[in-house]
Design a protein around this ligand. Structure first.
Ligand code: ATP
Length: 330
């Protein structure tokens, strides 16, 4: 096991730097030698199917699980030996946080701020998570989305340089998700580094500057979402009587007609659309149901994880539980 890198921490260099990280539970290799770098101020998303090794990796980075091998540097510390100084520099927002239901929002934030030597000002915490108006509301009266924002508030109280956000919007309705995304953007504008795990590809695409996709304990792709998204754009037109308009497609490659719908795979969607609309306009034909779709991060993710094969691994005999699981002030 490597020794502590810099007990006092380090305000330069990447926020997270991982080389050759390995962790097994009994005979099951959960993390099989991953390399990862997260720069300061980045929002970085760790993606992957169930059992891919995300939680194991994140818990090692948080200092709540021991690794079997590899080098790990988080804010200049080896998380296994970082101690109090390390814990005061990070914030953790788990999927479930045990906050006291009878306290108000403000009392909750004040309580958690009290655990830190240099907490974020109370007003700022409330503002970043959008709970200023609910400051006097009891926790049990908050909506699910507001409670989740309070979880983030708790993780933020210590003014962390790095915040771990575990599936921050699971179970949210669409508008609560957008609100939560706004919170992450606010954090990012404060300069906080965010390591996010999520199963929602649109969330990763919208929030993360870079993502890493894990499958079976290995990183199968890493980069900016737009770098990982590959493939043709697809132009679709649905005619009620496609036979009458077949000549519109003369000379247009990669066009296929099925059930009255024409799909055209193209790497030059603008030129294809221009040609189609020119022909249609000349002939007075309406291009019904015209759509252009671009591949998404979800398409890239599904292709990458399918290629790796993602059946859940068999249960191992070597179970082990992580250390503390409370949020914020461990
Ligand atoms: P999910 O998306 O479902 O949370 P994950 O990507 O976070 O999955 P991990 O929780 O890191 O994946 O699990 C990786 C593998 O290690 C899985 O096969 C899991 O069953 C196994 N595993 C995780 N924790 C333990 C443990 N404490 N003891 C034994 N096996 C474990």
């Amino acid at each position: 096991m490597t020794a502590s890198i810099d007990p006092g921490g380090d305000s330069h260099g990447p926020a997270i730097s991982v080389t050759g990280l390995r962790k097994s539970y009994g005979s099951l290799e959960a993390v099989g030698g991953i390399d990862l770098t997260v720069q300061r101020g980045e929002v970085f998303a760790l993606l992957g199917p169930n059992g891919a090794g995300k939680t194991t990796t994140v818990e090692i980075l948080e200092g709540h699980r021991e690794r079997d091998g590899g080098e790990v540097n988080v804010l200049g510390h080896d998380p296994e030996h970082g101690g109090r100084a390390f814990r005061q520099q990070i914030g953790i927002v788990l999927q479930e946080t045990g906050v006291e239901p009878y306290l108000s929002v403000e009392e909750t934030v004040a309580l958690f701020r009290g655990y830190y030597p240099d907490p974020l000002p109370l007003e700022e915490v409330l503002e970043v998570v959008g709970l200023t108006e609910q400051r006097a509301t009891r926790v049990r009266r908050l909506s699910g989305g507001q409670q989740r924002r309070l979880d983030v508030a708790v993780g933020l109280c210590g003014n962390p340089e790095l915040l771990f956000l575990d599936e921050p919007t699971t179970g949210f309705d669409p508008s609560a998700r957008r609100d939560a995304w706004e919170v992450v953007r606010n954090l990012s504008s404060l300069g906080t580094t965010v390591l996010l795990t999520t199963h929602y590809m649109d969330e990763a695409e919208s929030l993360a500057g870079r993502v890493a996709i894990l499958a079976r304990g290995r990183i199968v792709a890493e980069g900016r979402p737009d770098e990982l998204i590959q493939g043709d754009e697809v132009v679709t037109i649905s005619f009620r009587s496609p036979g009458r308009h077949a000549t519109l497609l003369d000379g247009i490659t990669n066009a296929a007609t099925s059930d009255g719908a024409v799909t055209i795979h193209t790497t030059t969607a603008t030129a294809t659309l221009f040609e189609l609309t020119r022909r249609a306009t000349e002939r007075g034909v309406e291009l019904e149901g015209l759509t252009v779709t671009r591949p998404t991060l979800e398409d890239a993710y599904l292709a990458l994880t399918a290629a790796e094969g993602t059946e859940s691994a068999e249960t191992s005999e070597g179970g082990e539980s992580a250390g503390g699981t409370a949020s914020g002030s461990r």
